[in-house]
Design a protein around this ligand. Sequence first.
Ligand code: PEP
Ligand code: MN
Length: 253
Amino acid sequence: MEIRSVAVGEVVFGTGPPVIIAGPCSVEGRDMLREVAAAVRSSGGQMLRGGAFKPRTSPYSFQGLGEEGLRALREVGNEFSLPVVSEVMSVEQIDLLLEYVDMLQIGARNMHNFPLLSAVGRTDRPVLLKRGFMATIEEWLLAAEYVVKEGNESVVLCERGIRTFETWTRNTLDISAVPLARILGGYPVVVDPCHASGRRDLLEPLTMASLAAGADGIMLEVHPDPDKALSDGGQSLGIVEFTELVEKIRGTG
Ligand code: PEP
Ligand code: MN
């Protein structure tokens, strides 16, 4: 099946070179976001990510800055000319997210939230649909159909690892899913090696494997000081490591 191209502003998924989406797991404030965005822009990354509403496993963990985080994401995205993507966790949040983001992210935990999928399908905003960690490829493609069925064809899939018996990685990156979802669904497929592995030391090999498998983009978590990150520091790259990885991806390093 031919891969459909999905445009987010001037960024195109599916037909051009792989798109690099990068940014902190959670927006923690303007200054840290500006530091990361400057690196994304100068290294040749194309989109800025950052969670404002965080689906944390524990209700006692940092839950995100909410609207303040979205406002920071929009302003910093504008400052560095980077389109922005952030997760929408519920139908009630959609209108708020639409005020601030260029692309709506549906998180792994919400891939089966059919009312949410249908509701983002009724918006005009491109959707980044993460694979549920217990979802088969077929279930993932059918989740995408929930969005498309409502009229929104701008869907990009994101493979972010699935839960297996392995415990040394946070999840298991399903490399086969990258070509298969492209072939069977015709959607561009982005890989998130951070949530797939949970380990900073695996991000480079998993990124390279994903690109070799035909990924249309890579989503990376980046933090100015990963060890102090309020979420997912262990799987986030520092600014220097991120810049080096982008150089490798682009073949310029
Ligand atoms: C994220 O990308 O911010 C995230 C929470 O990932 P996932 O939904 O894949 O766990
Ligand atoms: Mn994260």
